[in-house]
Design a protein around this ligand. Structure first.
Ligand SMILES: Cc1cc2nc3c(=O)[nH]c(=O)nc-3n(C[C@H](O)[C@H](O)[C@H](O)COP(=O)(O)OP(=O)(O)OC[C@H]3O[C@@H](n4cnc5c(N)ncnc54)[C@H](O)[C@@H]3O)c2cc1C
Ligand code: SF4
Length: 469
């Protein structure tokens, strides 16, 4: 029997096995497994090496995707892991949480007609397998007497730490939380990213020589100025935590909660580290309405399903095509029973002491050339949808720490830290010893771009310290 000439015809696009819907909503475990057996190699063999690696160009990290797909196809797991780590310090994490459909996979030559190569799933499966088999990042070939303080153990801070210790520079990572990961641990729920994966990466980084100073809030437990004096450079990767306030009438009613404290309380409950401050309302049998349409809103609706809510509705003012969240997450939420009210905007939260509904009005899209579709209200379309719990998820703004002003670290009007320009190194602030990146510079964004900033900030710091990587 003759072989089909194109592996992408022999092997249709396939994702790793998915836990069935009735089972997966019972707990917080990841809903996808890794590829097993020859699955990753089979899927990697679908790459046609088209000569124009759009996938690499649309990956913020410039991952050398066709090259590592070829290694995976040849069964060279350890070599593939090495190549993945050359551009990406956290491949198993990006492989899980990147919105692949909007980045590398969305532009794959095979996408139209045959289905994109499953790049993200291969990236995570191969990294998991390599680490399980003992793969570790290459050791530093030199050591220096330099040391950098990193504030924030989120993806930006972790990526910078990896690059610095690989170049023989010490990295002390300070975080106010009790575990590393930032939003990887306390924001993104475990059904998207199992927390053992972050803990495994912590062990890898500690073995590389990264030192974590957890439960230490800079500005409270240690002065920022002390870090600036004691270290050769400081990298600020403190994230974006100021919730956008929509100022809705009734938002102070009992039963109205804000997305991130809700997700953090749930994450801490899963980790077994919840304190009295982590208030998680009882959602069993309740009608939950989530306002907003980004990744955080999708995490809130899917968490509510798992906490036993009877009915979960997501209200978003544009249509599905204009949602900022990943398509994959919208599909997952819908599969798990979430009801979507597109083209509907909230006007007020109503109730008497306790919330009992959300007043909404319908909207329509306007023709416009803007990237973001504009909307207008539909006259006489106001009505109230019943709710026992309302979760506000309108996004986050950067929140510059109080020390910025007194340390001559400039901020934009929207709170983001200003970096680069004026003859500075990339990601260097106006203070020559201080660098910044991730959400604190970009505003609420993506894990992969925080990783990029960490990698590039480390490059700038090494250049400033005259260390050859
Ligand atoms: C609910 C939710 C879901 C998301 N889902 C996705 C997704 O699916 N895919 C995706 O790509 N992106 C997602 N994102 C966005 C992504 O998580 C962020 O863009 C990314 O984590 C930013 O990384 P960072 O390192 O800049 O900041 P963070 O991850 O926020 O880390 C900042 C760290 O700094 C610490 N810190 C702050 N101030 C201090 C201080 N003074 N002292 C000590 N420590 C301090 C914080 O405790 C925190 O650990 C999501 C965001 C949220 C909120
Ligand atoms: S890092 Fe994200 S965008 Fe880049 S190849 Fe991996 S999954 Fe795709």
């Amino acid at each position: 029997m003759s072989e089909r000439p194109f592996p992408f015809l022999k092997f249709p696009r396939a994702l790793p096995a998915e836990v069935s819907i009735p089972i997966r909503v019972l707990d917080f475990h990841e809903i996808n497994a890794d590829f097993v057996g020859s699955e990753a190699a089979d899927q990697a063999s679908r790459c046609i090496d088209c000569g124009n690696p759009y996938c690499s160009w649309s990956c913020p990290l410039g991952n050398r995707i066709p090259q590592w797909l070829k290694l995976v196809k040849e069964g060279r797991v350890m070599d593939a892991a090495t190549l993945m780590h050359e551009t990406n310090p956290l491949p198993e994490i990006c492989g899980r949480v990147c919105p692949h459909d909007r980045l590398c996979e969305g532009i794959c030559t095979l996408e139209e007609g045959f289905g994109a190569v499953t790049i993200g799933a291969i990236e995570r499966s191969i990294t998991d397998e390599a680490i399980r088999l003992g793969w570790r990042p290459p050791e530093a070939t030199t050591t220096t007497d330099k040391c950098v303080a990193i504030i924030g153990a989120g993806p930006a801070g972790l990526a910078a730490a990896d690059r610095l210790v690989r170049a023989g520079v010490g990295a002390d990572v300070y975080d106010r939380y009790e575990e590393i990961g930032g939003l990887l641990t306390f924001g993104i729920p475990a059904f998207k990213l199992e927390k053992d994966i972050v803990r495994t990466r912590r062990r890898v980084l500690e073995d590389q020589g990264v030192r974590f100073r957890l439960g230490v809030e800079v500005g409270r437990d240690v002065a920022f100025e002390t870090l600036v004096d004691d270290y050769d450079a400081v990298f600020m990767a403190t994230g974006a935590y100021t919730a956008v306030d929509a100022r809705l009438p009734g938002q102070d009613l009992d039963g109205v909660i804000v997305a991130l404290p809700f997700l953090i309380a749930n994450a801490r409950r899963q980790l077994g580290t919840a304190t009295a401050a982590d208030v998680l309302p009882d959602l069993e049998g309740k009608r939950v309405v989530v306002l907003g349409g980004g990744d955080t809103a999708m995490d809130c609706v899917r968490t509510s399903v798992r906490l036993g809510a009877a009915r979960v509705t997501c209200v978003y003012r544009r249509d599905e095509a204009n949602m900022p969240g990943s398509r994959k997450e919208v599909k997952n939420a819908r599969d798990e029973g979430v009801i979507f009210r597109f083209l509907a905007q909230p006007l007020a939260i109503v109730g008497d002491g306790m919330v009992d509904g959300v007043e909404i009005e319908e909207t329509r899209l306007l023709d416009s050339d803007d990237d973001r579709a504009r909307i207008e209200a539909v006259a006489e379309s106001r009505h109230t949808i019943p709710a026992d719990i309302v979760i506000l998820s309108f996004g986050f703004l950067a929140s510059p720490p109080e020390w910025c002003a007194r340390s001559a670290i400039e901020t934009e009007r929207n709170g983001r830290l200003r970096v680069g320009g004026d003859g500075r190194l990339p990601l260097q602030t106006a203070h020559p010893k201080v660098f910044a990146g991730g959400d604190t510079v970009r505003g609420a964004d993506l894990v992969v771009r925080a990783v990029l900033d960490g990698r590039e900030a480390a490059r700038s710091i090494l250049s400033q310290l005259n260390v050859v990587a």
